[in-house]
Design a protein around this ligand. Structure first.
Ligand code: SF4
Length: 545
């Protein structure tokens, strides 16, 4: 969407928009990336971007009807003002067999006048995290095309000086570049050195750099709170939706509402039932008053059992009825009676992450954190801290997001945050690392421990492949985010318990990820050509559409 809007803005600036008669869109992707792309809602996003919509402000509820209208009427309203004829079959071309050398996710827009004369053409690459670059602006940490209005981009970002190490002269002394932010960092080591030298936290370093880019204190606060508000809205939407299934021929059932009903006492009034029990820690027997979510066979049976327990039998005995227990009682290893265990932190993290990813899978608004497929990890961990740990939510949100952002920048600069380049380690792996650092920072850990948390977060995701079934960002993606969130908290806890004794630095892990990405077969890079995408057969009873 952002690429489409950037292109239209350029046409407007050049005074060409009104002359456009035809637009041709070519998408360059390897074979099944096209499948993944179409299920990332790529055509919808591009066309609505060309109509002038912005990913941050578009009313997501209108996307399906607007897309259907474009297809039905065969017309496109360029920039929201200029009508042209647009035929999807004729004007959008998927180059299944070609990948442009700049990046695997490439697209070319070309516009023609009434006589078929080429008015303008440009290539764009979606490199993850909502960032769009083209050949000219292809540099690390590129923020040029994060904003669609070039004139409002700060010079340091435009010329990329902010991503360089602290500049030094021939004598090795630091030199100040007026364009450069006060605390430039290019690696975990240089970031750590800055925190020590200036006695600052990682969040403070990022914050002061943002001030340098022309944002006021209030601007930064508002932007951070806006990001959090979208994340929180997304969780709320995911747990409160009445839709039962996700789009796509897998026919996947949405689980977040059911998970939330089981867990909640009612953070969002009206969503949780009034009779639901409080959360208890540890190994909790099946609660008596919880209602069985519709279609949950296991829980229905447990509830039925609970009613029978009123006869006075103890729960274990009641739940050991032969009708429910699988396994022989004539065996030295007796079958285990079913129990329901709640581990609140894990269950909440999972529920929040699944909620976000189900919203993403259904085309709703999420924060690319750092990417769409991995959008659930960071909101889940931050939500958990805000709800269960923080006594100052605003301070927590600022610290968490600024710290996580610093780690994301390190990955973007040193490796990749694009699954098309590095597989799922670049998406859920990086999200896990960012969330782990954010969690540790909010727990008051020192910068070295925070970066070590980030290291553990990525180290145990190295090699994670991308193999979504049927090209849908659903399986394994949705559950993978819940595991990413749980792993992030575990990584932070391990780091905080390690007293800064460790064997691998964050920079070493980022470099290992880069090498792993380079060596990884293209079959595991968002192409759905192998792994689960190949071994799992889509049920034949589900009609293809
Ligand atoms: S497997 Fe991972 S990288 Fe691939 S689409 Fe799913 S979440 Fe994204």
């Amino acid at each position: 969407m952002r690429a489409g809007k950037i292109f239209i803005n350029d046409l407007l600036e050049l005074g060409l928009l009104e002359k456009v008669h035809t637009v041709k869109i070519t998408l360059y992707v390897s074979f099944n990336s096209a499948i993944v792309g179409s299920d990332h809602h790529t055509p919808q996003a591009i066309l609505l971007g060309l109509e002038g919509s912005d990913p941050e402000t578009i009313d997501t509820g209108t996307i399906p009807s607007r897309y259907a209208a474009i297809q039905e009427t065969k017309s496109l309203l360029l920039g929201g003002t200029h009508h042209i004829h647009y035929d999807m079959d004729r004007d959008m071309l998927w180059r299944w067999d070609q990948v442009l050398k700049t990046h695997p996710n490439g697209m070319r827009f070309s516009v023609f006048g009434e006589q078929g004369d080429l008015l303008a053409t440009n290539e764009y690459f979606s490199v993850g995290g909502g960032f769009v670059v083209n050949e000219k602006t292809k540099v690390d940490e590129n923020l040029f095309y994060k904003g669609v209005d070039k004139s409002s981009v700060h010079g340091a970002r435009l010329h990329q000086t902010h991503s360089l190490s602290e500049p030094t002269n021939e004598r090795g002394e630091e030199e100040s570049d007026p364009c450069s932010p006060p605390y430039p960092f290019a690696s975990g080591d240089s970031l750590l050195a800055l925190t020590r030298k200036h006695n600052m936290t990682i969040a403070q370093i990022v914050y002061d750099n943002e001030l340098h880019f022309g944002y006021s204190h209030e601007d930064i606060r508002i932007k951070l709170m806006r990001i959090w508000s979208v994340m929180d809205d997304c969780i709320r939407t995911g747990v409160s939706t009445t839709e039962e299934k996700l789009p796509g021929r897998l026919g996947l059932r949405r689980r977040a509402p059911m998970l939330y009903r089981r867990l909640m006492r009612g953070f969002y009034p009206g969503v949780a039932g009034p009779t639901l029990p409080s959360i208890a820690a540890g190994n909790t027997p099946i609660p008596e008053s919880i209602e069985a979510p519709v279609g949950d066979e296991y829980f229905s049976r447990a509830t039925a059992d609970t009613h029978e327990k009123k006869t006075g039998e103890n729960r274990v005995a009641a739940s050991s009825r032969g009708t429910r227990v699988i396994g022989s009682f004539e065996h030295p290893i007796l079958p285990m009676p079913p129990r329901k265990t709640m581990i609140p932190a894990m269950d909440f993290l999972s529920c929040y992450a699944i909620a976000v990813n189900e919203v993403n899978a259904s085309g709703g608004r999420i924060v690319t954190s750092p990417t769409n497929g991995a959008a659930g990890v960071i909101p889940a961990v931050l939500k958990y801290i805000v709800e269960f740990i923080s006594d100052d939510p605003e301070k927590t949100i600022e610290t968490f997001l600024l710290t996580a952002a610093a780690v994301g920048m390190l990955f973007k600069r040193g490796s990749t945050i694009s699954a098309a380049e590095g597989g799922c380690q670049a998406e859920v792996g990086v999200a896990c690392s960012m969330a782990s650092a954010g969690f540790a920072a909010c727990m008051g850990a020192d910068p070295e421990t925070v970066l070590q948390a980030a290291e553990i977060g990525i180290e145990h995701n190295l090699g994670l492949t991308c193999d979504p079934i049927d090209g849908l960002v659903q399986v394994p993606c949705i559950e993978r985010n819940s595991l990413g969130a749980v792993k992030a908290v575990t990584a932070a806890q391990l780091s905080m318990a390690s007293q800064n004794v460790y064997s691998v630095t964050l920079d070493e892990a980022i470099e290992a990820m880069r090498l792993t990405a380079a060596d990884m077969s293209v079959k595991y890079k968002e192409t759905s050509l192998s792994g689960l995408a190949r071994t799992v057969k889509i049920p034949l009873t589900v009609p293809a559409c």
